[in-house]
Each structure stands twice: as structure tokens, then as C-alpha cells.
Design a binder for this molecule. Structure first.
Ligand code: HEC
Length: 151
């Protein structure tokens, strides 16, 4: 969103000019704009896009049982994820990796926290995919929390 109009502005380009000259339907250029805008400003990746692997969630489950289950049962995270819809997943990751386990904040490695996060996503029945969830290089900033979608 938001990027659409700017793209069209940049496309004050030959294509659109030519369309006008050929007196296309008046809506031609606008339609093209809409189409291009849709492609260029494609929605960001979300937790619905198969962003962790099943193996990773299995690893996360073991860690979770050892370090988190004591205080958070498996249902705990559903409302948590719900509240963070529309926010990047990095926020939740930062919260858990810096303040949890409450009894020993930051005790686990970044990799272990991200594996636990994969397991948490699986608990909320987000679909697994082919690539592991990875916190490196701010990747989680680009990944939005979103209500689960059946595909
Ligand atoms: C000793 C108890 C304890 C342990 C162990 C623990 N937590 Fe927590 N956790 C809490 C408390 C207390 C809160 C804050 C109160 C609340 O929201 O329930 C909290 C809050 C959270 C939140 C924030 C929820 C929100 O509302 O934003 C996340 C995420 C979380 N914990 C993840 C984890 C993970 C992952 C682990 C394991 C690595 C873990 N916790 C281990 C006690 C614990």
C-alpha cells in the first residue's frame, strides 16, 4: 500500500503516454496503474507463508518443554500472537529473547529462541514450509504477524 501511487507517478512513462495517444479506454492507464501498483507493493511476507520447518518446530518443542512450559502452557501464545497481529515478528522475538525465561532472561542462544518461536507458530497452526525461521540480519523485521489463513 502507499507505494502504488508513487509507482504510477514514476510511470509517467512512455507506456502510459502511448496508451493515452492511442486513445485507449479512459480507464486503461488507471487500470495499468492498479495492476502495477499491486505487483510492486505486494504485501510483505507474513507468518502464513510457511516461514519455519517442521524439524525446527520439533527442536523448538524440546527447548520449550525444558525452559518455558513451567510457566506457559501451550495455549498461552495464541492470544499473544493475536495481540501482535500487524506487527513484525521481530518484536515478539525481542521480547522473548531478552526477558524470558522470566527466571533467567536471555539464557538461551538466539538460535534456540528462534527455534522456540517456530514451535510457537506451529502451536497456533501456522503452516510449516521449506526454510527455517531465521532471526539473522533483521529478517524478522520483514515478517508480519497476521491472523492464520487457511490455504
Ligand atoms: C518462571 C516463569 C516463566 C518462564 C520459565 C517463562 N516465562 Fe514467559 N512470561 C512469564 C511472565 C510472568 C510473563 C509476563 C506476564 C504474562 O504476560 O503472562 C511472561 C511473558 C512472556 C511473553 C510476552 C507475552 C506478551 O503478552 O507479550 C512471551 C512471548 C514469553 N513470556 C515467552 C516465553 C518463552 C519463549 C519462554 C521460554 C524460553 C518463557 N516465556 C519462559 C513467565 C515465564
Amino acid at each position: 500500500m502507499g507505494r502504488g501511487p508513487r509507482t504510477c507517478f514514476a510511470l509517467k512513462s512512455p507506456i502510459i503516454m502511448r496508451m493515452k495517444q492511442r486513445s485507449f479506454l479512459a480507464t486503461g492507464p488507471a487500470l495499468l496503474c492498479l495492476l502495477l501498483g499491486g505487483i510492486v507493493s505486494a504485501d510483505p511476507r507474513t507468518v502464513n507463508d510457511g516461514v519455519y520447518t517442521e524439524d525446527q518446530a520439533d527442536v523448538g518443542e524440546v527447548l520449550y518443554k525444558e525452559h518455558c512450559l513451567l510457566c506457559h502452557d501451550k495455549k498461552y501464545f495464541r492470544p499473544v500472537l493475536k495481540r501482535w497481529e500487524g506487527q513484525p515478528l521481530s518484536i515478539m522475538f525481542t521480547v522473548m529473547s531478552t526477558s524470558m525465561p522470566e527466571s533467567n532472561p536471555g539464557y538461551l542462544s538466539q538460535k534456540e529462541y528462534v527455534d522456540i518461536l517456530a514451535y510457537i507458530l506451529s502451536l497456533s497452526r501456522y503452516a510449516a514450509g521449506d526454510t527455517e525461521l531465521d532471526q539473522a540480519d533483521g529478517a524478522l523485521n520483514e515478517l508480519m504477524v497476521e491472523a492464520r489463513q487457511r490455504k
